[in-house]
Write a protein that binds this ligand. Sequence first.
Ligand SMILES: Cc1cc2nc3c(=O)[nH]c(=O)nc-3n(C[C@H](O)[C@H](O)[C@H](O)COP(=O)(O)OP(=O)(O)OC[C@H]3O[C@@H](n4cnc5c(N)ncnc54)[C@H](O)[C@@H]3O)c2cc1C
Length: 249
Amino acid sequence: MDNKQQIDVLIVGSGPAGTSTALHLLDQDPSWAERMLIVDKAIHPREKLCGGGITHLGENVLADLGLAIKPSNFAVREVRLVYDQEQYSFYGDPVFRIVHRAEFDHWLVQEVEKRGGHVAQGVTVTDVIERDGFVEVITDQGTYEAKVLVAADGSRSLVRRKLGWNDGTHVARLIEVLTPDNKETAWEMRDEVAVFEFTQLHSDDLQGYYWDFPSIVNGELQMNRGVFDSRTHTDLPPRGPPNRSPHTR
Ligand SMILES: Cc1cc2nc3c(=O)[nH]c(=O)nc-3n(C[C@H](O)[C@H](O)[C@H](O)COP(=O)(O)OP(=O)(O)OC[C@H]3O[C@@H](n4cnc5c(N)ncnc54)[C@H](O)[C@@H]3O)c2cc1C
């Protein structure tokens, strides 16, 4: 790359926020392809901790872009919210689809590229400086001067930090475990149910939920189970090692 490269729109991050920005620009006018660039420090397919649920709203956005979800996905017919002995379900055909984020995000990047968009993978942004009329974006492989900079670099956004946009947001904690499973051994798969389990909320030590999602990872049925701790109330101590047996169904 030249010492400094001028670009109209530089998008940092090729997760759904970055690729959605690019796909919408390309949808408006294909000539955006030569006036914008996505950079990402990762190389797809890259893993991403996430439940992977795509609601019908998300599917509608994709449909408006002429895209039907191509990566393998598990259609969930019931979402069950559990709190102690109480539970509430809502149903749909499907309620949402569960994808594996590595596959889904990779697919979106490929769709950008199919439309002529450029995605520079393995490029890490290290600094961002506001200049008069443009933003200087320094990466480990060169410098860009961007008229517009899109900070799509995720929850711990370096762009946001470098520009001093610290808005008091906090970082959640989570653990995700993927295990090969099947419809005989996992009732959630058999019944096509996604479970959100909030029981641990009442003790204040988990500000979130457990999730049990049936999913398909690289063509194989797997249960995607996890613990999400939002840390919304940062004044409360974070949860230490488990001090009680988990709720069982
Ligand atoms: C427990 C949990 C469960 C969730 N479940 C769901 C769900 O079921 N359905 C759903 O829709 N959402 C879910 N989410 C939310 C979802 O994961 C995020 O909203 C989504 O990933 C945000 O996408 P993004 O494109 O903004 O960021 P990301 O997907 O995080 O992408 C950011 C990209 O920026 C890149 N990047 C970061 N820093 C730099 C840098 N310095 N230089 C270059 N590149 C950089 C990263 O490599 C990454 O590829 C869940 C979140 C959590 C915490």
